[in-house]
Design a protein around this ligand. Sequence first.
Ligand code: IDP
Length: 162
Amino acid sequence: MLQDQEVHAAELERTFIAVKPDGVQRGLISEIISRFERKGYKLVGIKVVVPSKEFAGKHYHALKEKPFFNGLSEFLSSGPVVAMVWEGEGVITYGRKLIGATDPQKSEPGTIRGDLAVVVGRNIIHGSDGPETAKDEINLWFKPEELVSFTSNAEKWIYGVN
Ligand code: IDP
């Protein structure tokens, strides 16, 4: 039985989620963690960091041609960020659903940005947008030894497997 759980856990995917400086300053860390945790996803890494502007630029490298790239990198490095790795079936795609659209004004009510943010430049949370990005972002923000692997007792109730 334990073996089955281990196999199952090994198949689960991981995504990188960050509470950006505006979310931290507004006291929304626990609210954001709570939405992922209540859904049934598992927190396997977390730390509070103030990234340098250079590091923020690496994180947002795909956007380096955008006019807002400099301001965005500056903003991400302007204060503490809560960097996290969440694990679970479909967590990359569904995590983005929990987060909502990039522009909070286009985010549905019930989503994190829809409920808690107003403008695109202060949309409080980041989430990886696909499997490759997730892998790259997890590697950028975390060393392997900063992440844990464990089977939660709740998994059999969340996934319905033994
Ligand atoms: P995402 O965060 O929903 O994945 P991306 O297009 O990857 O969206 O953009 C990264 C971040 O850049 C957004 O979360 C937002 O903070 C910022 N951003 C995106 N578009 C604009 C814009 O038009 N003006 C200012 N900031 C923007």
